[in-house]
Design a protein around this ligand. Structure first.
Ligand code: DGY
Length: 330
């Protein structure tokens, strides 16, 4: 109804967004941008959520029950239009209780993130980072029959944890590299999709972990997946196994990962995400067989632009009084 339409909602954006996205937002909304790109303190956050209809946060913002309680003091905040697909930094049950709608940006970063998974799958067993360092050090003595040997990708077994959009896009890419695709997901995929991806479903995560050569994590971080991979899981893996994480650091017990790598329980890791970003466990820095990149799975100009457009679309549909296309709850 007309009374629910908010023609120019007050929108506060917590970080810098691509220029074209900020420009479009300023045309459409009563927008307050963060030109410093410094993450808000919890005090600044509490102040922001008291004063806006819509907050556009990112993974670097902690939208916890305290922030939602501050918002409730004025009751103005109605929409959290997250810039990103993962929403584990938002207390979803507190948002639901406060009747604050949460939206995210699925789909537009699937291919970029799956590409990053492949980049790490190729880099870790083939020692790309070590080789790069060697060339830069000036100590490379030329080609040698036994120099820089890594492990072959073709013919290996890939175990995908989480077969949603990103997991499936990884499976498609993996097929063309000659990897056999295995997956663990709460729900088994329809038979025709399984056939198309030539993917084998494992009901038991532990059973799959014991059987595959490369593990990639592509599920969301939720209370159920928190520390889903810990000491017990590393103990099951093969000594020549590699683990790739582009999802959320908290899905892996980072301490157990460091111990498993140091003890040679697994052969290596490719990490785009960490448990306490931007802090990285210092033990990871010195271990061979580890490739580290700074949470950049979706970091393409095209992807970040498209994520911004999704945020704008979600706000506009909500402002028109309709259910936004990427509503996370219900
Ligand atoms: C995502 O979209 O979830 C990225 O990790 C940034 O939040």
């Amino acid at each position: 109804a007309a009374s629910t339409v908010r023609p120019r909602p007050k929108v506060i954006v917590t970080r810098r967004l691509p220029q074209a996205v900020e420009t479009r937002m300023a045309e459409l909304f009563d927008v307050e941008l963060n030109l410093t790109d410094e993450a808000f303190s919890q005090g600044q956050m509490a102040d922001a959520v008291r004063r806006c209809d819509v907050l556009v946060p990112t993974v670097t913002d902690e939208i916890d029950a305290g922030v939602l309680a501050a918002a409730a003091e004025t009751g103005r905040l109605k929409l959290l239009a997250n810039f990103g697909v993962g929403v584990d930094h938002i207390d979803l049950s507190a948002a639901r209780a406060a009747k604050v709608v949460v939206t995210n940006t699925p789909g537009v970063l699937t291919d970029d993130t799956a590409d990053m998974v492949m980049a790490l799958i190729l880099s870790v067993p083939r020692r790309l980072a070590e080789g790069e360092k060697l060339v830069r050090s000036g100590e490379w003595r030329g080609w040698s029959p036994t120099g820089m040997l890594g492990h072959r990708i073709t013919g290996k077994r890939l175990g995908i944890i989480g077969m949603g959009r990103i997991g499936r896009a990884v499976a498609t890419r993996a097929q063309s590299f000659g990897l056999t695709v295995h997956y663990h997901n709460r729900h088994r995929l329809p038979a025709e999709i399984e056939a198309e991806l030539e993917a084998t479903w494992w009901d038991s995560l532990d059973a799959m972990l014991a059987r595959v050569d490369i593990i990639t994590i592509n599920c969301p971080h939720t209370p159920e997946t928190h520390h889903m991979i810990g000491a017990a899981q590393f103990a099951l893996m093969q000594r020549q196994a590699y683990i790739i994480n582009t999802a959320r650091g908290e899905i892996v017990d980072e301490n157990a990962l460091c111990e498993a790598l140091a003890a040679g329980k697994i052969a290596g890791a490719g990490l785009d995400v960490f448990e306490n970003e931007p802090a990285v466990d210092p033990r990871l820095l010195d271990l061979p067989g580890v490739v580290l990149v700074p949470h950049m799975g979706s970091a393409t100009f095209e992807g970040r632009q498209a994520m911004g457009e999704k945020v704008i679309a979600n706000i506009r549909v909500w402002a028109d009084g309709h259910r936004p296309p990427d509503q996370v709850l219900e």
